[in-house]
Every structure is written in structure tokens, then in C-alpha cells.
Design a protein around this ligand. Structure first.
Ligand SMILES: [Zn+2]
Ligand SMILES: [Zn+2]
Length: 254
């Protein structure tokens, strides 16, 4: 499985992750924070399945741009998956004929821009040779983490979350689990803000790692760019043996 954390800043895409998007095997994406700014329109057209973790803008900001880039007069639109709450938010606050044309209504009258596919928590879907299971995590709005596996290996993209449990139960029962992409938003000094906004600091990150099976790579992502140096040094000070700091544009192979 090839996993790419898409870079989201001009000039320092490796380092600074303002918004979130992942690409898996070039045809499946998780979140659309920066998906609509990635590569060529042909690269974006190749993404046939997009799984949204939740409705927040740093995960959906370029969804309209992605759909516009991916659309062709002869092709079919990509399938957009998420909880019913997330898809409802996308419909109401993005495709509302104010923020953007109502692509959902237009898709019933012309070549579809997209297909909306609501997911049930803990019910697996199969796309492009991948098995993808949404699991609820703990954030300000309903949010899914995703367990993603193929015939060889598995990864977890935890989404935005504060302290959580159910996802780690899935981690323990997932065979071939190679990596968990987990957020570390704020430095330890901003714990109160992390708790209020249902995110993690490095200290809280460490407590989550203790709940996971050992020997699985943990990739720290979603680090607030303004506090990045502080967060990275606090993460490194934890001495976690399997920690890696996420890098934009890098292709991870599992
Ligand atoms: Zn969020
Ligand atoms: Zn976020």
C-alpha cells in the first residue's frame, strides 16, 4: 500500500501541513483539505473514492476544487464517503448555491460531479482492492478514523481526535497493522485548548500510543504549523521507539 501525506504549503510542503489530505495508491483519498491543489487535473481524476473524516474546513476546504478538476464531460464523478452528519454538512454548508454551486443537485441532471455515499460506523466497504472500516473517534463534530487494509498490510488514519478508545480496539484486532497516523496538534503548554477543541498534545499523544499494540509505526501529523518546532521537540522527548514525524509529499510504502 502506497500512502502519501499531501503537502499543503507553498514553499515548504514537506514540513508545514496547514490542512489534511492523504492519497492511497493514487486512487483513494482521505480528506480534501488540499486534495484539490494536488498534481494535475488528471492526477485528481484518478482519485475515484474520497473518504471524509469529518466536516471541518481543514479537511474539506478544497473539495469543490477537487470535484471541478476531476470532472470531465465523458467520465463519472468520484464517490464521496463519510458519516451521514459529515455528508449533510457538506451539502448544507458547501454545496448550497452560495459557497459553491449545488453539485449534488447538478449531478442528477448532467454528468455527475460526485456520488454521495453515507457510511455506517464499523461497517467495512471495499474499494480498489482496499478494505476500509470507519470507526468513530472523539472530536468536536462526528468524526471517523479509518482502518485501511489490503491483502498484505494495514494502516489506520485516526482523523482529528482527543483521547479515544474504540479505534485502538480495532488496532489490536487488525492483522498486518503497520502504521497509525495520529494527530499531535498543540504543544503541551496549550493542553487546555487541546482539550477544549478535542485534539492532542504530545503528552496526550503518548497516552494514546500506550493503548496501541507495540511495534506499530506511529506517524505524527496535523501539527499546527505555528507551534511545529515546539511540538516536534516535545514528541521526540517522549522517546517513543516507533515514532515518525509525518512529512508532506513523502510516499510511505507498507
Ligand atoms: Zn477537526
Ligand atoms: Zn483538523
Amino acid at each position: 500500500m502506497k500512502v502519501q501525506l499531501l503537502g499543503s504549503s507553498v514553499g515548504n510542503a514537506m514540513r508545514d501541513q496547514y490542512v489534511s489530505s492523504y492519497l492511497i495508491n493514487r486512487t483513494v483519498a482521505i480528506d480534501a483539505g488540499c486534495l484539490g491543489l494536488h498534481g494535475t487535473p488528471q492526477d485528481q481524476e484518478a482519485v475515484r473514492h474520497l473518504f471524509l473524516t469529518h466536516s471541518h474546513s481543514d479537511h474539506t476546504a478544497t473539495l469543490p476544487i477537487f470535484l471541478e478538476n476531476a470532472w470531465t464531460p465523458v467520465g463519472d464523478g468520484p464517490r464521496i464517503y463519510g458519516s451521514s452528519e459529515t455528508l449533510d454538512g457538506v451539502q448544507r454548508y458547501i454545496f448550497n448555491d452560495v459557497m459553491w454551486p449545488d453539485f449534488i443537485a447538478l449531478s442528477k441532471k448532467m454528468r455527475p460531479f460526485l456520488h454521495m455515499c453515507p457510511l455506517q460506523a464499523e461497517t467495512e466497504v471495499k474499494v480498489e482492492g482496499l478494505h476500509i472500516t470507519p470507526v468513530q473517534v472523539d472530536h468536536l463534530v462526528p468524526t471517523f478514523g479509518y482502518v485501511i487494509s489490503d491483502s498484505r498490510s494495514a494502516i489506520i488514519v485516526a482523523g482529528d481526535t482527543g483521547p479515544t478508545n474504540r479505534l485502538w480496539e480495532f488496532a489490536w484486532r487488525t492483522t498486518g497493522l503497520r502504521a497509525i497516523f495520529l494527530e499531535a496538534c498543540f504543544p503541551n503548554s496549550m493542553r487546555q485548548l487541546a482539550e477544549t477543541s478535542c485534539h492532542l498534545t504530545p503528552e496526550m499523544f503518548c497516552r494514546e500510543v500506550a493503548k496501541m499494540p507495540a511495534g506499530v509505526k506511529v506517524v505524527a501529523v496535523h501539527i499546527k504549523v505555528r507551534y511545529r518546532d515546539e511540538v516536534v521537540s516535545e514528541l521526540r522527548a517522549l522517546g517513543l521507539p516507533d515514532l515518525e514525524i509525518g512529512e508532506g509529499e513523502k510516499e510511505y510504502n507498507f
